[in-house]
Design a protein around this ligand. Sequence first.
Ligand code: PXP
Length: 238
Amino acid sequence: MPELCVNIDHIATLRQARGGTEPDVIASARVCEANGAAGITVHLREDRRHIQDSDAAALKGTVKGCFNLEMALSDDIIGAAKKIVPDQITIVPEKRAELTTEGGLDVEANRAKIAKIVKEFHEIGVVVSLFIEPYPETVLLSKELGADYVELHTGTYCNAGPQTVRHEIERIYAAARAAASAGIGLNAGHGLNYTNLPPLLKAEGLHELNIGHSIISRAVFTGLEIAVQEMCRIIKQQ
Ligand code: PXP
């Protein structure tokens, strides 16, 4: 059964709106784990628009399950991540002006840099995942560069209309099969919610689901406990 890692960036976004201490990011991580999450994901962005270095350092000390740090291939962030030493890093592309991560990494264009980062983080005991578009050839290249996992970008599937949704989920299934036969671990995330998740759960060999916006949005109405529990229930029902 796949595990849920809750992305709590949006808790930090709310806090940053007023520059104070509420809502408490560390307390939110505890609530997620107490209600079924197997881990916590945060994205330490170059502009520090939500998660701060101090949040990541504190989470390293409090998250009991997998602490997954999403990060771009920038020297500043690589240096910060080496100080934090999370359980896992997920390398993502990052553009300053984007509202959220737009698409997967260009693994081919960054192959030398990625291979170097994979080696350096393995040396300090950190698992490495690459956030990629669901193409079998990108899965194979990620394996070749030494990554432990790929995280398939599910955003295109999640935004697809009735004409293309079948095609998009089939692309994900094909990339999942490629991961299983290549022997690389499989994560997925971006845009997943309480209704579009069930078809994704049919993908072969899913290990970890990174879900943030839909859970935090539901939490506004139900509370974080119930929002996390409901997502875990959907995962278990498959
Ligand atoms: N996975 C990655 C690599 C991401 O960048 C994000 C967004 O920060 C997520 C998963 C979570 O996406 P969402 O907030 O849409 O659930």
